[in-house]
Design a binder for this molecule. Structure first.
Ligand code: SF4
Length: 161
């Protein structure tokens, strides 16, 4: 019986959390233009409870790494991530944040997951706003407790039993 109530409570907390995301946009490069597009009224991320950016890590729970990350910036991102309270999630926004994109050189980090754990990757150079919204919805499912792929198009994990 106790197990039943605990499971139901976790579901409720997950459901509430998934609609109260506070993103911290760490914008470094041209993907920022697409971030602005996805934040506009046309795409309305408020529908997902994810429209209000916080520019202090202590008030944010979703770190959006948007654009190319240099090795010098990597330590700053790590510090910001460490300052965020649990639970927290990370989105790699675009090819550069995901894998370094086409910048294969000594200055560029080959993916932000080299320094912090990433929960959702959004492909594209830059990603379309629809891809970002898709990623937010997939992340919401993960937050709510559903198992879900981290790459759009990837086969989902088997459902919970
Ligand atoms: S993925 Fe493309 S658009 Fe985004 S920061 Fe890199 S080069 Fe710019």
């Amino acid at each position: 019986m106790m197990e039943y109530f605990t499971t139901r409570k976790d579901d409720l907390v997950g459901w509430v959390r998934k609609f109260s995301l506070f993103p911290y946009p760490f914008v470094t490069a041209c993907c920022g233009m697409e971030f602005m597009a996805v934040s506009s009224t046309l795409y309305d991320t408020d529908r997902f409870g994810a429209a209000l950016p916080r520019f202090t890590p202590r008030q944010a729970d979703l770190l959006m790494v948007v654009g190319t990350v240099s090795h010098k910036q990597a330590q700053v991102i790590k510090k910001i991530y460490d300052q965020m309270c649990e639970p927290k999630w990370v989105m790699a926004f675009g090819a550069c944040a995901t894998s370094g994109g086409f910048y294969r050189n000594y200055a560029v980090l080959q993916g932000v997951d080299k320094v912090i754990p990433v929960d959702i990757y959004v492909p594209g150079c830059p990603p379309r706003p629809e891809s970002v919204i898709d990623a937010i919805m997939m992340l919401q499912d993960r937050i709510a407790g559903d198992r879900h792929p981290i790459f759009p198009g990837e086969q989902p994990n088997p459902p919970k039993v």
